[in-house]
Design a protein around this ligand. Structure first.
Ligand SMILES: Nc1nc2c(ncn2[C@@H]2O[C@H](COP(=O)(O)OP(=O)(O)OP(=O)(O)O)[C@@H](O)[C@H]2O)c(=O)[nH]1
Length: 888
């Protein structure tokens, strides 16, 4: 606030000196010369005079002045050397600034609201660029906006200035102005505070000083508003801080809890540590808000009801009793059982253990558990209306007799003609529509597949077509097919094929079949015989007719309504589509999108296709369909059913998987020879089923008739299948499916059959004397099986080469492939799994030394006493005779 001379004032307010002198004179001030000094009071006096002269008092000014526009014009010069060394270029830049201030009262309520919002956003750090704001020096946003305005208005002088330079010049200018002390910008007038944003006033238009005062007032009002906003902002911040504090308090509690747990783990011994290492869940501790444990030590022992399935893993049992596995193992040791944490123990042992530990054991059979779960899974099944259904047919026969050709012919003519699109892919089953109804064919030709399915518990086939070539007659596999179909109690239809061939002799076929008790209707029997040609199609319609007739006799029925169930025919993993399973629906209707369980796999049916690859939404009984969406590939023969929800499907699948792991031998335990009598006496069985394999046809017939002759009033001895040759997988499957005992007379099981026999626990007996076999079965059915000497095979060696030795004769260079070979034990020589010699070892050598025993994986030289016909490829079986105590 300094005094100024009249000249200085005229310069500052930019009006001619004379005019100012005149105005001073009019106002009655003493200053009359340019160098006279004017003080603050005189300035105010001049101001009052000017107001009066324009007839404006304060009130009027207040009413009228609502908007003030401040302008500033600056001209500056920029020096620029474009290239180093060249002459410097001077650029003039003129910048005009304009700012409009709106009186506070004009600000509408909505503007205030928006301001409030802005304040809130500022707290959150989300201020959006504004297009309008107030001249509050504190707002950094404002300065930035001013720059934007300047940029818009900057008028570039004749020497065109690049936009970049313009910006460079304009920006610091504003910052500079904003930070300058107010006084230096407006030294002479009482509007200093405004000057921070409006440095130079254009008084030429005699802008009213009063309005500037008003502007000052409105700025104060805005400031107040701003303060209010700031207070709001503060309160928002405080709230945010509160929330933060609460969160960190929570964090603190969690942290403390963890620390407590880890300190307890440190003191709790090895078990807890181990459990942690393995990533097992440790017991959850509830912490009260004050950080206290909720757990209270039980005051008396808790007696639990422990359900025990047929087999249970030690760790699971421990968990059920809420004790450590080590405790269970300790108790098991007391019972004389050494078991590890992952081993399973049987139900009886588990019950004793549970009772011993003071709990109550509830025995639960796996079947009960599964039935319970299934009952929960399936809707009420009993009250559904059953309607006639199509027969399910399997085609069997000897190699090259025309099974595939017959299937192909039916498929091509029937399916392709009836359905648009024709055959697009292979599917394990397909349905043929006829005038009298439909027929479903299982495209798994051969009795091996048929029996393998049965062995897995899937008796799907209603009728078997046995194909016999008219030019070839009944062959070994024809007989096998007949026997397999009979073992399954399935009616047979005989198709005499290739009747178009000149050398066809259907009568011969009929004759041969009658020899194995397959008698044609026209010969007084009960089997339909049809003459067909899979090549020309002759008689095939009649064959289908015959099938329909057979269906009528069988009165096949199935419910159409309700949840579907059936059998898995085959499954595969498709690269593009995932698991593809072909299922045959036996009951109910399967709909796309339903949850299904197949063996130990499950999933929602994502898509469904019929045998022609056409997408369908639902399928009824006897329809074969491909379904997508299962969790894995189920086995052929697995049962499939629709369940209510995924949880049940998952539980059942897991239960089945566990059961499979635990009880591998459960399936066939019921068919042991030494259990025959006890099962007979309990009324469980009334027949002894046998599968016989012999070295020659003669011994087969002799054995068969002798064994069947053992039947009496109480029990029937049935040979479900008899054949010549080594025991193969099909024989093992048949024994499994028909609950039969396998008997090998001078024959052995091949590797695959051995694996299956071992896996399923099938009872297999080898004999080399017919009398022995008969005697054993006789004793079994009369309950007289006494302790006796049993043979146990201890090793098997394969003959790789044969050398002639002057001392020992033929010496077989062998590799021991199983068990061990011992010098003093008896041996047998096998060729193609048939026994060709039984005797003793003459010599056993490793390199040039005599050996007493040679183990699996080692080579040795074997000389067989009194036998010189050993050949490469033969097998030498070493066995010992041990005494077995029988328990009936
Ligand atoms: N002339 C004539 N040839 C036939 C007839 N049926 C089949 N064949 C021929 O017999 C041969 C064997 O037929 P397949 O259908 O492959 O016999 P398969 O029983 O399925 O044979 P495998 O699958 O090996 O067990 C093929 O060359 C067929 O063309 C027929 O009715 N007449």
């Amino acid at each position: 606030m300094s005094n100024k001379t009249v000249r200085q004032l005229a310069e500052v307010v930019k009006i001619p000196l004379e005019r100012l002198l005149e105005q001073l004179k009019e106002a009655g001030l003493s200053a009359s010369a340019p160098d006279d000094v004017i003080n603050e009071d005189e300035k105010m006096q001049l101001l009052a005079h000017l107001r009066k002269r324009h007839g404006k008092d304060e009130g009027a000014a207040e009413g009228s002045l609502k908007r003030v526009t401040l302008k500033r014009r600056t001209v500056s010069e920029l020096k620029q050397a474009s290239v180093p060394g060249s002459t410097t270029k001077t650029i003039s830049v003129e910048i005009r600034k304009q700012k409009t201030y709106i009186k506070r009262s004009e600000v509408t309520e909505s503007d205030e609201q928006r301001n409030l919002e802005l304040a809130k956003q500022a707290v959150k750090g989300q201020v959006a660029p504004q297009t309008e704001s107030f001249p509050t020096a504190e707002e950094p946003v404002k300065a930035q906006e001013t720059v934007l305005e300047q940029k818009k208005e900057a008028a570039v002088a004749p020497e065109a200035t690049p936009a970049v330079e313009e910006q460079v010049t304009a920006e610091p200018e504003v910052e500079h102005i904003a930070s300058q002390p107010i006084e230096t910008l407006s030294p002479s007038l009482a509007v200093e505070e405004e000057a921070e944003v409006s440095p130079v006033l254009d008084l030429e238009a005699e802008t009213d000083y009063e309005s500037l005062v008003k502007a000052k007032e409105s700025t104060e009002a805005r400031k107040k508003q701003h303060e209010k906003d700031l207070r709001l902002e503060e309160s928002i911040k405080r709230n945010a801080e509160k929330v933060r504090q609460q969160a960190s308090a929570k964090q603190e509690i969690l942290h403390r809890k963890k620390q407590e747990e880890s300190s307890r783990a440190g003191a709790g011994g090895r078990d807890t540590k181990k459990a942690k290492k393995k990533g097992k869940k440790t017991e959850r501790v509830n912490v009260k808000p004050e950080g206290k444990h909720q757990f209270e030590m039980p005051v008396e022992p808790i007696i639990k009801e422990v359900t025990i399935p047929e087999m249970i893993i030690v760790s699971d049992l421990a968990q059920k009793m809420s004790v450590k596995a080590a405790t269970v193992i300790k108790h098991l040791m007391k019972l004389g059982i050494m078991a590890t944490i992952n081993q399973s123990i049987d139900q009886e042992t588990a019950v004793i253990l549970v009772e011993e530990m003071g709990h109550k054991a509830i025995m639960q059979s796996d079947d009960d558990l599964e039935q319970e779960m299934l009952a929960e899974a399936q809707a009420d099944d009993d009250n559904r209306v059953e309607l006639p259904r199509a027969p399910i047919v399997t085609i069997m026969g000897h190699v090259d007799h025309g099974k595939t050709s017959l299937l192909d012919y039916i498929r091509k003519t029937r399916v392709a003609a009836g359905e648009a699109g024709g055959i697009t892919q292979h599917i394990g089953a397909y349905q043929v529509k006829t005038d009298h109804g439909s027929v479903t064919f299982l495209d798994t030709p051969g009795h091996a597949a048929f029996t393998a399915m049965r062995a897995r518990g899937a008796d799907v086939t209603d009728v078997v077509i046995v194909v016999v070539a008219a030019d070839d007659g009944v062959m070994p596999q024809t007989k096998e097919a007949v026997e397999h179909a009979r073992a399954a109690n399935v009616p047979i239809i005989v198709a005499i094929n290739k009747i178009d061939k000149p050398d066809a002799n259907p009568d011969k076929v009929m004759q041969e079949l009658s020899n194995i008790n397959v008698l044609a209707e026209e010969w007084g029997g009960d089997v339909q015989f049809l003459r067909i040609s899979a090549k020309t199609g002759e008689g095939i319609d009649d064959l289908i007719e015959a099938l329909i007739v057979q269906t009528e006799i069988l009165e096949l029925k199935a419910p159409v309504e309700g949840a579907a169930s059936g059998i898995v025919i085959e499954s595969r993993l498709d690269k593009g589509r995932g698991v593809v399973a072909t299922v045959l629906i036996q009951k109910g209707t399967l709909e796309s999108g339903q949850m299904v369980l197949c063996g130990h796999e499950y999933g929602r049916v994502r898509a469904m296709f019929n045998e022609n690859g056409v997408s369908i939404k639902e399928a009824g009984p006897c329809a074969p369909v491909e379904i997508l969406g299962l969790s894995g590939t189920p086995n052929a023969g697995d049962e499939f059913l629709v369940v209510q929800n995924e949880r049940i499907a998952k539980d059942l699948a897991k239960h089945r998987e566990d059961r499979k792991k635990l009880s591998r031998h459960a399936v066939q335990q019921a068919s042991k020879l030494d259990e025959v009598f006890s099962r007979m006496t309990t009324g469980e069985i009334a027949s002894v089923n046998l599968v016989l394999k012999t070295d020659v046809q003669g011994s087969l017939e002799a054995l068969r008739s002798s064994l069947v002759g053992l039947s009496n009033d109480e029990v029937e001895v049935k040979v479900v299948f008899g054949g010549v040759g080594g025991i193969n997988e099909g024989d093992a499957n048949l024994a499994l499916a028909s609950g039969a005992i396998l008997m090998g007379f001078n024959v052995r099981a091949d590797a695959t059959a051995r694996k299956l026999i071992e896996e399923k626990g099938i009872d297999l007996h080898y004999y080399s004397i017919i009398y022995e076999a008969i005697d054993e079965v006789k004793k079994a059915i009369s309950g007289m099986l006494a302790p006796e000497i049993k043979e146990q095979i201890v090793g098997l060696a394969e003959v790789r080469d044969v050398f002639k030795s002057p001392k020992f004769g033929a010496v077989a260079g062998c590799m021991v492939v199983d068990g061990y070979v011992k010098r003093n034990l008896p041996i047998r020589v096998l060729r193609n799994n048939v026994v060709i010699f039984e005797g003793q070892l003459e010599s056993l050598r490793r390199f040039k030394d005599d050996a007493n025993e040679v183990k699996m994986g080692m080579e040795c030289g074997i000389g067989v006493k009194n036998y010189n016909d050993v050949q490469p490829g033969d097998q030498i079986e070493v066995f010992e005779r041990i005494e077995v105590k029988r328990e009936l």
